[in-house]
Design a protein around this ligand. Structure first.
Ligand code: PMP
Length: 461
């Protein structure tokens, strides 16, 4: 590291110490609650993800409404994290609350279909394309099922993923390329799995690597987001999807498109917006308005191949037709009711127009500030989602992110944001809009981001 870089790092560290002190002073009740939480929760909170906030501990939520959250210290936040996408419909949207309340009084889970599911199935096909759907309790679960089906119908073992990906707690996707070698993402524990045997990992947007990785003929499926949203936003190169579709078809590998985050691109996700042709389409998180849910949909051809292996059941012949995935609560009446409300009344074309316009406003204002201060940063926006990255150009791959990102500056910005009443996902600086996010919310972000730039300038960072 150069002397200037060491000095800069020390300044950023000093600023972060100050922001974390300020955070503690502003959040006495959350600080105390966090200490209490450690008494009975393995990692302090009900989910281990809740320990990742840059202030040093999470704020405890009191109440959330639309694009805002109020914490137990009485502070208000504009929520651009939105539960890392699970809250993309906004908090407590009326249509979802009404549908959930109605269904709660009529039974939540019976292992029986309800008539709402008929509407939901037809709507999923209309929006996203695939013909045959299954509901799960999470996107993780949907991905696991999609992988299992891919292996069943291809008889192959390997799952091909892109370095920097995240697809939930999916063992095969816990890999990345680091220092030119295959490694476990984020130093995650290998869990007794031979990742070399079950996974293959290459860089995103690399058609030559894709062709080589598929040439072995042992890849059951490629699992990918349409553009990457979990390692900073990594836009997709023009032509990459065409190549991906052609190459997977040529070698008989199943193409799984995971739209769990990219549902933010429009009513039919990136798939409908760009005419992708997945064999299996996966989504989750926001699809039932914050009630746990995932979905996966199979094309006609893939469904027919599956049915030859596991045919439809005749209940009179009590043969086993166990598919090895899915949970008892999957497709329950409550989830189906809220999914219907989301698709019918919340994630509508009109609301998407507003969300995308709001993201455009945020991105162009942030770009303006970056340009005015001549900073080596950039902003990416796709649909209702935007990201500020502390590197000059959008990355093309996970390798670019590893080489270019400045994690200490990201942590400082996140702590500063929280002290100034703004939440973004703790993992990188990504902003998501919901139907209730307003132009005033965005203006407030622009003012806070301008103050952050001033803070760095004044500190000489
Ligand atoms: N797929 C993608 C693309 C995701 O970003 C995530 C979560 N961040 C998941 C799947 C897993 O979702 P869940 O944690 O709700 O199972």
């Amino acid at each position: 590291m150069t002397v200037a870089a060491v000095e800069r790092k020390a300044i950023v560290n000093r600023l972060l110490d100050a922001e974390q002190e300020r955070f503690k002073a502003l959040h006495p009740r959350s600080a105390a609650a966090w200490q209490d939480g450690k008494q009975h929760f393995l990692y302090g909170g009900p989910s281990h993800w809740m320990r990742r906030w840059a202030g040093g501990f999470p704020v405890y939520a009191d109440e959330a409404d639309g694009a805002h959250i109020r914490d137990i210290d009485g502070r208000d936040y504009i929520d651009f994290c939105l539960g890392d996408t699970g809250g993309m419909c906004g908090h407590a949207p009326e249509a979802v609350t009404e549908a959930a309340t109605r269904q709660l009084k009529r039974g939540t889970t019976m292992m029986l279909p309800t008539e709402d599911s008929l509407w939901v199935g037809a709507e999923l096909s209309r929006r996203f394309g695939p013909k045959y759907w299954t509901l799960t309790t999470s996107a993780t679960d949907a991905n696991r099922a999609a992988i299992r089906i891919s292996r069943m119908i291809t008889g192959r073992r390997k799952v091909l993923v892109f370095s920097g990906c995240y697809h939930g707690g999916v063992e095969e996707a816990h890999v990345e390329i680091r220092d030119g070698r295959v490694a476990l993402r984020n130093m995650i524990h290998p869990n007794g799995v031979d990742h070399d045997a079950v996974s293959r990992v290459i860089e995103f947007n690399d058609v030559a690597a894709l062709e080589a990785a598929l040439a072995h003929g042992d890849v059951a499926c490629v699992l990918t987001e349409p553009l990457m949203t979990n390692f900073g936003m990594i836009p997709v190169d023009p032509g990459f999807h065409r190549a991906l579709r052609d190459l997977t078809r040529r070698v008989g590998a199943i193409l799984i498109i995971d739209e769990t985050h990219t549902l933010s691109c429009g009513p039919g996700g990136y798939t409908a917006a760009s005419g992708l042709e997945p064999d299996i389409f996966v989504a989750g998180k926001a699809i039932a308005g914050g009630i746990p849910a995932g979905i996966f949909g199979l094309s006609q051809k893939i469904a027919e191949r599956l049915w030859t292996i596991v045919p439809h059941v005749n209940p009179r012949e009590r043969q086993s037709a166990h598919l090895g995935f899915g949970g008892t609560l999957a497709g329950n009446a409550l989830t189906v009711a809220t999914m219907r409300a989301v698709l019918e009344q919340v994630l509508t074309p009109t609301n998407y127009e507003h969300m995308i316009a709001t993201a455009t406003q945020l991105a162009s204002a942030a770009r303006g500030l970056i340009e005015a201060s001549d900073l080596p940063w950039h902003v990416t926006q796709v649909g209702a989602r935007a990201e500020i990255m502390f590197m000059p150009q959008p990355p093309r791959s996970g390798a670019d992110v590893i080489a270019g990102r400045q994690p200490d500056l990201e942590t400082l910005l996140h702590a500063f944001y929280m002290n100034e009443g703004i939440l973004v996902t703790p993992f990188h600086t990504m902003f998501l809009m919901c139907p209730a996010t307003s132009a005033q919310d965005v203006d407030r972000h622009t003012a806070v981001f301008a103050r952050f730039i001033d803070l760095l300038r004044q500190a000489g960072a």
